[in-house]
Ligand binder design. Structure first.
Ligand code: UT7
Length: 333
């Protein structure tokens, strides 16, 4: 049985923050951000707009596009690096917002690898035969976890959501190979040190700004370049394929230089790589579905295309879902 993506929906907040806006907040420049990261703008959620709101909006668009009722959803898997709360799960809040009355579900935490981990998990649930329709939601308001005094990180992240619906798509299509990896030795390279159990919120933890994202950019950069290439190759090898067979590489959108170096290692030209970080910045779990939607909107992806979705980030964690694309017959087609 092949399990694949039958619909995509995305949501963006209304406020755009440009590099020039950031020049007024921290000691940075449009020139530095553009050349070092490739990012020009990012979206920032207004006060009161939470990941569940963006996630519900993206989910309803995906449902509408596939002409599927919320009642048809068996399972909701939400993945977020900035969930509404630790509990209740954001999946439950989205379930209520979209009125998916029959759905079960859970949140899956694996930082920027979350969309790929969820895609694989959802596909395996359907392959088991126990469920038919799975909604995957990657949704973020990272702007709330970013230290707006730290120029090393605040220029990178953005808010957004992307949702996909998974169903059986026929033999030979959908997920054909995958891998997921962890290396906890690198746990401290990218973290939010305080605010939960290890260091609960105290006046001191807040004064020391420990409830914000901390990153060793250089080390995470080297790791990211290495694993984009290794993980993609591993998934291709498992399926008896090689990088030249790939039609699209859709990596997590962290930094244009990471994506370029990863693609170069694989020998894949940039024309075959989905890139949207110039507009959205790093939106963690939402970055892959945002990029997929843009390629679909521009009619770049064809029936039968081989696509590698590659996630990487805190953990360290990384992985690839390799899919044979089955053309989406949505309402507009
Ligand atoms: O989503 C999870 C995965 N995340 C990632 O993959 C992010 C990985 N890391 C990166 O993308 C890059 O390491 C960064 C974009 C974060 C930083 O780029 P870099 O080329 O590695 O710069 P750097 O950290 O080596 O810093 C170079 C210089 C430093 O100044 P000195 O020490 O050489 O004087 C920084 O202080 O650039 C300085 N710098 C900045 N300057 C202007 C750092 N951030 C900024 C800034 N504006 N925003």
């Amino acid at each position: 049985m092949g399990v694949g993506i039958i619909s995509v929906g995305t949501a963006l907040p209304s406020k755009i923050l440009t590099n020039f806006d950031l020049e007024k907040i921290v000691d940075t420049s449009d020139e530095w951000i553009t050349t070092r990261t490739g990012i020009k703008t990012r979206y920032i959620a207004e006060d009161g707009v939470n990941p569940s709101d963006l996630g519900a909006e993206a989910s309803l668009k995906a449902l509408e596009r596939a002409n599927i009722s919320p009642d048809d959803i068996d399972l909701i898997i939400t993945t977020s690096s900035s969930p509404d709360m630790i509990f209740p799960p954001t999946s439950a809040i989205i379930q209520e917002k979209i009125k998916a009355k029959r759905a079960g579900g859970f949140d899956l935490l694996s930082a920027c690898t979350g969309f790929v981990s969820s895609l694989i998990t959802g596909a395996k649930f359907i392959e088991s035969g126990d469920v038919e329709t799975v909604l995957i939601v990657g949704t973020e308001t990272l702007s709330r976890l970013v230290d707006w005094q730290d120029r090393n990180t605040c220029v990178l992240f953005g808010d957004a959501a992307g949702a996909v619906i998974l169903r059986e798509v026929g033999e030979g299509y959908g997920l054909i190979s995958w891998n997921l990896h962890l290396d906890g030795e690198g746990a401290s390279l990218l973290e939010i040190p305080a605010g939960i159990s290890r260091i609960p919120a105290t006046y001191e933890s807040v004064d020391r700004r420990l409830h914000y994202i901390k990153m060793n950019g250089r080390e995470v950069f080297k790791f990211s370049v290495r694993v984009i290439a290794e993980s993609t190759e591993e998934a291709l090898y498992k399926a008896n394929l090689s990088p030249k067979d790939l039609d699209w590489l859709i990596p997590h959108q962290a930094n244009i230089r990471i994506i370029q170096a990863g693609a170069e290692r694989l020998g894949i030209p940039l024309e075959k790589v989905g890139i949207t970080l110039d507009k959205y910045g790093n939106t963690s779990t939402a970055s892959i579905p945002l990029t997929l939607e843009e390629l679909l909107t521009n009619k770049k992806i064809k029936n039968g295309d081989l696509i590698a979705f590659v996630g990487f980030g805190a953990g360290l964690s990384w992985g690839t879902a390799l899919m044979r694309w089955k053309e989406i017959k949505d309402k507009e087609n």
